[in-house]
Design a protein around this ligand. Structure first.
Ligand code: SF4
Ligand code: SF4
Length: 76
């Protein structure tokens, strides 16, 4: 399963303020709105990437645009 350009993200849901800029920029459309409120009263974004067939390329556009530095990108 060696595949280049694979990444994954971790969203800190407690830092997220629900601006959804990350959702708007992700070229793979793998970020969505969570149905669970965080402690600040926002519905944070969440990754919907599949572990069986991951789509994240690790491009980091989501992390770059996030005003609250809530997203970390890992390249495996
Ligand atoms: S860009 Fe950052 S603050 Fe905005 S929804 Fe995404 S993770 Fe949350
Ligand atoms: S790193 Fe790129 S592909 Fe992966 S979730 Fe963020 S914007 Fe989408």
């Amino acid at each position: 399963m060696a595949d280049k350009n694979k990444g994954r993200i971790k969203i800190n849901s407690e830092l997220c303020k629900g601006c959804y800029l990350c959702i708007s920029v992700c070229p793979k459309h793998i970020i969505a709105v969570s149905e669970t409120l965080n402690h600040q009263g926002y519905y944070p974004s969440k990754s919907t990437d599949s572990s069986d067939d991951p789509k994240c390329t690790g491009c980091a556009m989501c992390a770059t645009i996030c005003p609250d530095v809530a997203i970390e990108v890992y390249r495996d």
